[in-house]
Design a protein around this ligand. Structure first.
Ligand code: SAJ
Length: 432
């Protein structure tokens, strides 16, 4: 049996490597020749713990090969991006052109009995569209219906659900929701996943599987928005939000997530819009959550500017002599990914306001991105950052959490992740 994975990014490459590590022949397809060449040399173009060695062994052992042109296989997994349509698209309409291109590129190599699975996060109806694109592109298609039991290939959706930073574990251990165009499609896809998934594969229809993925990420977004809104309200009312959340979470049916500088990454800030763009009138809470989370970086920036003013008043320094240290740039803790990062958004804006005055700490970087260094921002270590006037804690990387940060009388700190708050929740009687 041969498996072909179309799209060798953050989902496709780890999935290809895990399947190949089971001794199954995997053909990875990517339109980017540099990606193809890198993988064929046994190297990787993305950062994810343990992925480099797994890809290297799979290539050396002959189970994984990359190519720019699709070839015949038994199962095709499509893991290509589903971004929004071009900038300025206020309705946030998803762009399915990568899925369409993937379908059109594999259509001519499909054979009777093949299984095609869409893993990309997609709006409701995308899998049906995919089946239609496949049917339209295949010249020898003998069945007018592309979606019924009469079709000669099987089509299903099985959304990826892995957490960046823990992809290789979650690919195997997470339950999977498998939604076929028909029951036979679902069953065949579930049997395929059982090759490498230890979690349960639960069968449903394609539209429910699509909506399930969007719902999971919207649920998280709405809950983070609640935490972010509480942090702003608590700031206004003089309540420590971190202590408050710990106390409220002692209730058996309350589980508040953590506030932060905003929501980053490529999924949680994107997927809720897929629902909102298909049901704009009814998605009121989902859209509001998006606005709350998107506005959080601006709130952080305003607070930092207030703290700089406080330092000026307290010390009599000139503004040009004030140093602002931003701790962490990644979109979340313990990963190196700066894309769609609220910490980057905050640091970038501060570096424009306070030119040559921003110090950035990012344990995962050896040099700062050009956007920051061009404003005179400098990459420094944690001990140097402690000499700054305003400390802005943006990412709870382990190195930052473990560092003994002390804020002196003439310094100010804004802790967007609750790292500096000591544990104020004393329970009586103390648990042994
Ligand atoms: N964040 C908070 N407070 C929290 C939790 C997260 O501010 O309590 C922030 C993070 O700092 C980050 C953003 O939210 O900026 C997203 O981080 P995340 O860890 O919640 O999620 P992602 O984007 O890394 O991965 C999510 C996961 N989805 C869910 O947990 C429901 C993952 O399982 C999905 O596979 C992934 O999206 C995806 O690809 O869709």
């Amino acid at each position: 049996n041969r498996i072909s994975v179309i799209g060798l990014g953050y989902i496709g490459l780890p999935t290809a490597a895990v399947i190949a590590s089971r001794g199954i022949e995997v053909l990875g397809v990517d339109s980017n020749q540099h990606v193809v060449d890198t993988i064929n040399k046994g190297n990787i173009h993305i950062v994810e713990p343990e992925l480099a060695s797994m890809v290297h062994s799979a290539v050396v052992d002959g189970f994984l090969r990359a190519t720019a042109e699709p070839e015949q296989a038994d199962v095709f997994l499509i893991a290509v991006p589903t971004p929004f349509k071009a900038e300025g698209n206020d309705d946030h309409v998803p762009d399915l052109s990568y899925i369409e291109a993937a379908c059109k590129s594999i259509a001519h190599v499909l054979q009777k009995g093949n299984l095609v699975i869409l893993e990309s996060t997609s709006p409701v109806g995308a899998t049906e569209k995919m089946a239609q694109w496949l049917a339209e592109t295949r010249p020898d298609l003998s069945f007018p219906q592309y979606a019924g039991e009469g079709s000669d290939i099987r089509v299903a959706h099985c959304p990826e659900r892995v957490l960046p930073g823990n992809i290789l574990q979650e690919l195997v251990s997470n339950d999977r929701v498998v939604g076929g165009i028909t029951n036979r499609c679902s069953t065949m896809a579930a049997v395929f996943y059982s090759i490498f998934v230890k979690g349960e594969c639960i069968v449903t229809n394609a539209r429910t599987a699509e909506m399930c993925k969007l719902t999971e990420n919207s649920f998280r977004d709405v809950n983070i928005a609640f935490a972010n809104e509480m942090s702003i309200i608590c700031d206004e009312l003089g309540v420590d939000v971190w202590e408050l959340i710990k106390l409220a979470n002692r209730h058996p049916r309350v589980n508040i997530l953590k506030p932060g500088p905003g929501v980053g990454g490529h999924c949680i800030a994107v997927d809720p819009w897929f629902i909102a763009s298909q049901a704009p009138e009814s998605s009121r809470l989902i859209k509001t959550a998006r606005y709350v989370n998107d506005e959080k970086p601006s709130w952080v920036i305003r607070k930092v500017k207030e703290l700089v003013e406080e330092v000026l008043t307290a010390t009599g320094k000139y503004e040009k002599d004030v140093r602002v240290a931003c701790l962490g740039l990644a979109f979340k803790a313990n990963i190196d990914d700066l894309r769609e990062s609220p910490a980057m958004e905050v640091t970038l804006e501060l570096s424009k306001t306070f030119k040559n005055q921003v110090w950035a700490v990012e344990p995962y970087l050896e040099e700062l991105p050009e956007s920051l260094s061009s404003n005179g921002a400098k990459l420094v270590g944690l001990s140097k950052a402690m000499e700054s006037d305003v400390i802005v804690l943006l990412v709870d990387h382990k190195e930052i959490v473990d560092y003994p940060i002390e804020v002196g009388p003439n310094q100010r700190a804004l802790d967007t992740r609750g790292v500096l708050t000591e544990n104020k929740v004393f329970a009586f009687p103390a648990k042994g």
